[in-house]
Design a protein around this ligand. Structure first.
Ligand SMILES: C[S@@+](CC[C@H](N)C(=O)[O-])C[C@H]1O[C@@H](n2cnc3c(N)ncnc32)[C@H](O)[C@@H]1O
Length: 371
């Protein structure tokens, strides 16, 4: 049997399915597919038993024996799906009878480790703070209404993880979460740094609302996370005890994102990661004779105002010594407010004439106002 299976492992097969179990109490189905892990091809089996899926990665020689073993002990059928061919095999009297089956077309070989999105914190991993915040249950299962939030903070984590490289790896990190609200970000970043990255960090969360600050403080006390501090105040003016290494902000309302960016620059943060929320400030006034044809539509005017506002914020960061880009940190369906302004301190300034640009559109946004 092994000799019949081996040749398929030198072809670009898409997947092997083992089906038709011999007994009803063993595994019901197994899918094996090649994946790339750290640049090496390995074979991932997904085996289904008792309504659960179990995964295992293995090199080719082990995978061949694995398939042979399952065919002799558990399954009667094998389907081998190649990029341009189908093969079907049946086990009879301990012999595998393989036949080529008709197939037209071409399959795509997806060698991503996980077909579903890979997150730094996977569903099924109970994170105490996320349980307290009502994102997941005690088994780590995400509540359906909280899935988008979970994805947002997880994707934020990905970008944050890259930003960590800008900081001294031996120093205790100081992180500001500005306009923190219920502080999903602070709590997940704290878990990520302490449990997954073994880094020490202090967090300072700031929000205008006393009630959310009180809730965050209670959760911090319950979880005994003394490295988290929550302060009630306006990000524009609040006095913060320590300078930030990284400033994060998720969906700070309207002009608050501009204040976040300015505070980050003043603090000399190595990285500023800000996801703006609504953009009401300039949408009433924005105008341009060249763009009349577009700005006559209220919806397009609003969207354009948001883009101009964020572009000015990003350029402002460049003027102040930050290498900046603008990215979609999460899919639109998880949040329509999915633009992130990401800035890393380089001290190389660019002299954009932003006042002139703003004047062209008859606007005077907070990012350009003198405090
Ligand atoms: C849309 S919520 C987002 C909260 C949180 N970052 C999240 O993603 O769940 C925006 C938060 O910003 C806070 N906020 C707005 N303007 C602020 C300001 N100038 N200073 C401090 N907090 C502010 C609000 O109180 C609110 O809690």
């Amino acid at each position: 049997m092994k000799q019949q299976i081996i040749p398929f492992f030198s072809l670009p097969f898409v997947k092997i399915i083992l089906a038709h179990p011999i007994t009803s109490d063993g595994p019901q189905k197994c899918i094996l597919r090649p994946i790339l892990l750290k640049g090496q091809t390995v074979y991932q089996s997904e085996i289904f038993q008792n309504n659960q899926a179990f995964h295992k990665n293995m090199p080719a020689d082990e995978a061949i024996l694995y398939v042979e073993n399952l065919l002799t002990t558990h399954f009667k059928e094998i389907y081998i799906l190649l990029k341009q061919e189908n093969w079907q095999g049946t086990v009879k009297n301990n012999r595998l009878i393989l036949k080529k089956r008709p197939f037209t077309g071409e399959r795509h070989q997806n060698m991503n480790h996980n077909r579903s999105k890979k997150y730094l914190i996977e569903e099924g991993t109970p994170v105490p703070a996320l349980i307290e915040l009502g994102i997941m249950d005690k088994n780590g299962r995400i509540y359906p209404t909280q899935r988008d939030k979970f994805i947002q903070i997880n994707q934020f984590l990905n970008v944050f993880d890259q930003a960590l490289n800008t900081c001294n790896p031996h120093k205790e990190l100081i992180i500001w979460d500005l306009c923190c609200g219920k502080s999903y970000l602070t709590f997940i970043l704290d878990y990520f740094l302490s449990v997954l990255r073994h880094r020490t960090a202090r967090f300072i969360g700031v929000d205008l609302k006393p009630a959310v600050i009180q809730t965050c403080t209670q959760i911090r006390q319950k979880l005994k996370r003394d490295n988290l501090t929550f302060i009630c105040g306006n990000v524009q003016t609040v006095s913060l005890p320590q300078k930030a290494d990284i400033v994060v902000s998720l969906h700070a309302c309207d002009t608050a994102t501009a204040a976040v960016i300015k505070r980050g620059i003043q603090s000399g943060a190595s990285a500023i990661l800000a996801v703006p929320c609504c953009h009401k400030e300039v949408s009433k006034n924005i105008a341009s004779s060249e763009l009349d044809f577009m700005l006559g539509y209220g919806l397009l005017k609003e969207r354009f105002a948001a883009l101009v506002t964020d572009a000015l914020r990003a350029r402002f960061l460049e003027n102040n010594g930050y290498k900046t880009d603008v990215l979609e940190f999460v899919n639109f369906e998880n949040s329509p407010k999915n633009i992130m302004i990401r800035a890393f301190k380089t001290n190389q300034t660019i002299a954009h004439d932003l006042t002139k640009t703003a004047a062209r559109f008859h606007i005077h946004p907070t990012i350009l106002k003198n405090d």
